[in-house]
Write a protein that binds this ligand. Structure first.
Ligand SMILES: [Mn+2]
Length: 222
Protein backbone atom coordinates (compact mmCIF):
# COMPACT_ATOMS: atom_id res chain seq x y z
CA UNK A 1 0.00 0.00 0.00
CA UNK A 2 0.96 3.58 -0.59
CA UNK A 3 0.75 5.89 2.43
CA UNK A 4 1.73 9.32 3.74
CA UNK A 5 2.32 9.59 7.50
CA UNK A 6 2.32 12.94 9.28
CA UNK A 7 4.19 13.78 12.50
CA UNK A 8 2.68 15.44 15.61
CA UNK A 9 0.50 18.33 14.38
CA UNK A 10 -0.44 19.80 17.79
CA UNK A 11 -2.99 22.21 16.39
CA UNK A 12 -0.79 23.57 13.56
CA UNK A 13 -3.58 23.47 11.00
CA UNK A 14 -2.06 26.00 8.57
CA UNK A 15 1.22 24.12 8.29
CA UNK A 16 -0.66 20.82 7.98
CA UNK A 17 -2.80 22.17 5.16
CA UNK A 18 0.34 23.42 3.40
CA UNK A 19 2.15 20.12 3.85
CA UNK A 20 -0.79 18.18 2.42
CA UNK A 21 -0.41 20.15 -0.80
CA UNK A 22 3.18 19.03 -1.37
CA UNK A 23 3.02 15.33 -0.50
CA UNK A 24 2.12 12.68 -3.10
CA UNK A 25 -1.50 11.51 -3.13
CA UNK A 26 -1.85 8.42 -0.97
CA UNK A 27 -3.73 7.17 2.08
CA UNK A 28 -3.07 9.73 4.82
CA UNK A 29 -2.32 8.76 8.42
CA UNK A 30 -1.26 10.85 11.44
CA UNK A 31 0.90 9.59 14.31
CA UNK A 32 -1.34 11.24 16.92
CA UNK A 33 -1.04 14.40 19.03
CA UNK A 34 -3.29 16.24 16.63
CA UNK A 35 -4.18 18.79 19.30
CA UNK A 36 -2.85 20.79 22.29
CA UNK A 37 -0.25 23.58 22.44
CA UNK A 38 -1.03 24.99 18.97
CA UNK A 39 -3.75 27.33 17.75
CA UNK A 40 -6.44 24.98 16.47
CA UNK A 41 -8.36 22.21 18.18
CA UNK A 42 -11.95 21.78 16.99
CA UNK A 43 -11.12 23.06 13.50
CA UNK A 44 -8.19 20.69 13.24
CA UNK A 45 -10.25 17.65 14.26
CA UNK A 46 -13.05 18.68 11.92
CA UNK A 47 -10.54 19.09 9.07
CA UNK A 48 -9.18 15.59 9.70
CA UNK A 49 -12.66 14.10 9.70
CA UNK A 50 -13.87 15.95 6.64
CA UNK A 51 -10.81 15.00 4.60
CA UNK A 52 -11.02 11.37 5.69
CA UNK A 53 -7.52 11.43 7.18
CA UNK A 54 -6.72 8.57 9.55
CA UNK A 55 -4.84 8.82 12.82
CA UNK A 56 -3.64 6.68 15.65
CA UNK A 57 -4.18 7.85 19.24
CA UNK A 58 -1.62 10.17 20.82
CA UNK A 59 -1.14 10.82 24.54
CA UNK A 60 -2.69 14.27 24.09
CA UNK A 61 -5.91 12.90 22.56
CA UNK A 62 -6.00 10.25 25.26
CA UNK A 63 -5.95 12.89 27.99
CA UNK A 64 -8.97 14.69 26.54
CA UNK A 65 -10.77 11.42 25.91
CA UNK A 66 -10.30 10.38 29.54
CA UNK A 67 -11.68 13.74 30.62
CA UNK A 68 -14.65 13.06 28.33
CA UNK A 69 -15.11 9.68 30.03
CA UNK A 70 -15.33 11.46 33.38
CA UNK A 71 -11.96 10.33 34.65
CA UNK A 72 -9.87 12.47 36.98
CA UNK A 73 -7.48 14.28 34.65
CA UNK A 74 -5.24 17.28 35.25
CA UNK A 75 -5.53 19.72 32.36
CA UNK A 76 -3.23 22.72 32.11
CA UNK A 77 -4.67 26.10 31.06
CA UNK A 78 -4.08 25.46 27.36
CA UNK A 79 -5.66 22.01 27.59
CA UNK A 80 -8.72 23.42 29.35
CA UNK A 81 -9.19 25.79 26.41
CA UNK A 82 -8.69 22.95 23.96
CA UNK A 83 -11.15 20.73 25.81
CA UNK A 84 -13.79 23.46 25.77
CA UNK A 85 -13.21 24.03 22.06
CA UNK A 86 -13.78 20.36 21.18
CA UNK A 87 -17.34 19.32 20.40
CA UNK A 88 -18.94 16.10 21.59
CA UNK A 89 -18.63 14.86 18.02
CA UNK A 90 -14.87 15.61 18.04
CA UNK A 91 -14.42 13.69 21.27
CA UNK A 92 -16.47 10.77 19.99
CA UNK A 93 -14.17 10.69 16.98
CA UNK A 94 -11.03 10.91 19.11
CA UNK A 95 -12.11 8.14 21.50
CA UNK A 96 -12.27 5.73 18.57
CA UNK A 97 -8.73 6.33 17.34
CA UNK A 98 -6.78 3.07 17.23
CA UNK A 99 -3.60 2.61 19.24
CA UNK A 100 -1.70 1.37 16.21
CA UNK A 101 -2.16 0.67 12.51
CA UNK A 102 -0.28 -2.08 10.73
CA UNK A 103 0.16 -2.50 6.98
CA UNK A 104 2.53 -5.21 5.77
CA UNK A 105 5.95 -4.33 7.25
CA UNK A 106 4.84 -0.89 8.42
CA UNK A 107 3.49 -0.12 11.91
CA UNK A 108 2.25 3.32 12.85
CA UNK A 109 1.92 4.22 16.52
CA UNK A 110 2.37 7.33 18.63
CA UNK A 111 5.28 6.98 21.03
CA UNK A 112 7.12 3.67 21.02
CA UNK A 113 7.34 -0.03 21.58
CA UNK A 114 9.84 -2.37 23.20
CA UNK A 115 10.97 -5.91 22.49
CA UNK A 116 8.43 -7.37 24.92
CA UNK A 117 5.22 -5.96 23.47
CA UNK A 118 3.06 -8.20 21.28
CA UNK A 119 0.51 -6.02 19.50
CA UNK A 120 -1.66 -9.05 18.67
CA UNK A 121 -1.94 -10.10 22.30
CA UNK A 122 -1.75 -7.92 25.37
CA UNK A 123 0.12 -4.75 26.04
CA UNK A 124 -0.02 -1.75 28.32
CA UNK A 125 -1.71 0.99 26.33
CA UNK A 126 0.08 3.80 28.17
CA UNK A 127 3.43 2.35 27.09
CA UNK A 128 2.51 2.75 23.42
CA UNK A 129 1.31 6.31 24.09
CA UNK A 130 4.11 7.57 26.35
CA UNK A 131 7.23 5.49 25.73
CA UNK A 132 10.54 7.29 25.55
CA UNK A 133 13.20 5.54 27.57
CA UNK A 134 13.76 1.94 28.61
CA UNK A 135 15.74 0.69 31.58
CA UNK A 136 18.62 -1.81 31.44
CA UNK A 137 16.12 -4.69 31.14
CA UNK A 138 14.36 -3.09 28.21
CA UNK A 139 11.32 -2.18 30.33
CA UNK A 140 9.29 1.01 30.15
CA UNK A 141 10.53 3.92 32.28
CA UNK A 142 7.95 6.50 33.27
CA UNK A 143 10.63 9.12 33.86
CA UNK A 144 14.08 9.19 32.34
CA UNK A 145 15.88 9.58 35.67
CA UNK A 146 17.86 6.42 35.17
CA UNK A 147 21.45 6.78 34.06
CA UNK A 148 21.25 3.53 32.11
CA UNK A 149 18.13 4.67 30.29
CA UNK A 150 18.10 4.28 26.54
CA UNK A 151 15.73 5.68 23.96
CA UNK A 152 13.48 2.77 22.94
CA UNK A 153 14.26 3.07 19.21
CA UNK A 154 17.97 2.43 19.88
CA UNK A 155 17.03 -1.04 21.15
CA UNK A 156 13.90 -1.99 19.21
CA UNK A 157 14.54 -5.10 17.12
CA UNK A 158 11.75 -4.71 14.56
CA UNK A 159 9.62 -7.63 15.76
CA UNK A 160 6.42 -5.64 15.23
CA UNK A 161 7.50 -4.18 11.91
CA UNK A 162 9.24 -0.98 10.91
CA UNK A 163 7.66 1.61 13.20
CA UNK A 164 6.74 5.14 12.13
CA UNK A 165 6.19 7.24 15.24
CA UNK A 166 6.11 10.71 16.81
CA UNK A 167 6.02 11.82 20.49
CA UNK A 168 9.71 12.65 20.85
CA UNK A 169 10.58 15.69 18.73
CA UNK A 170 13.85 15.72 16.80
CA UNK A 171 15.12 18.59 14.68
CA UNK A 172 15.06 16.30 11.61
CA UNK A 173 13.18 13.12 10.67
CA UNK A 174 15.44 10.56 12.35
CA UNK A 175 16.08 7.02 11.17
CA UNK A 176 16.80 4.23 13.66
CA UNK A 177 17.48 0.59 12.74
CA UNK A 178 13.84 -0.44 12.78
CA UNK A 179 11.94 2.78 13.12
CA UNK A 180 11.56 6.34 11.97
CA UNK A 181 10.88 9.34 14.24
CA UNK A 182 8.87 11.94 12.32
CA UNK A 183 7.90 14.56 14.92
CA UNK A 184 10.03 17.55 13.97
CA UNK A 185 8.53 19.91 16.57
CA UNK A 186 6.37 22.17 14.41
CA UNK A 187 4.51 23.56 17.42
CA UNK A 188 7.89 24.43 18.95
CA UNK A 189 8.75 26.56 15.92
CA UNK A 190 10.73 24.03 13.86
CA UNK A 191 8.82 22.26 11.07
CA UNK A 192 6.03 19.81 10.30
CA UNK A 193 7.13 16.65 8.51
CA UNK A 194 5.56 13.77 6.66
CA UNK A 195 6.97 10.64 5.10
CA UNK A 196 5.72 9.15 1.88
CA UNK A 197 5.97 5.36 1.72
CA UNK A 198 5.35 4.03 -1.75
CA UNK A 199 5.22 0.40 -0.65
CA UNK A 200 4.37 -0.63 2.91
CA UNK A 201 6.38 -3.83 2.35
CA UNK A 202 9.46 -1.59 2.12
CA UNK A 203 8.86 1.31 4.54
CA UNK A 204 12.60 2.01 4.84
CA UNK A 205 12.42 3.38 1.30
CA UNK A 206 10.64 6.53 2.43
CA UNK A 207 10.69 10.08 1.19
CA UNK A 208 10.53 13.07 3.57
CA UNK A 209 8.48 16.25 3.08
CA UNK A 210 8.43 19.22 5.47
CA UNK A 211 7.08 22.73 5.83
CA UNK A 212 8.48 25.35 8.19
CA UNK A 213 6.50 26.36 11.28
CA UNK A 214 4.95 29.80 10.96
CA UNK A 215 5.99 30.58 14.52
CA UNK A 216 6.91 29.16 17.89
CA UNK A 217 3.54 28.31 19.40
CA UNK A 218 4.95 26.71 22.55
CA UNK A 219 8.31 26.58 24.30
CA UNK A 220 10.31 23.62 23.13
CA UNK A 221 11.69 20.91 25.34
CA UNK A 222 13.54 18.69 22.91
MN1 LIG B 1 3.57 15.27 20.77
Amino acid sequence: MEIVVYGDIHGCLEEFDELRKVVPKAKEICVGDLIDRGEYAHELVEYIRKNDIKSVMGNHEYKHVRKFWGRKVQLDDNQKEVYNDLTKEDLKFLEKLPLFMKYDNTTILHAGINNKIDLEKSYNLTHILYMRDLDENGDFLALNHNQNAKYWAEIYDGREGFVIHGHQPFSEVTRFNNSLAIDTGCVFGNKLSAVYIKDTYKPWEYEVFSVKAKKEYAKNFY
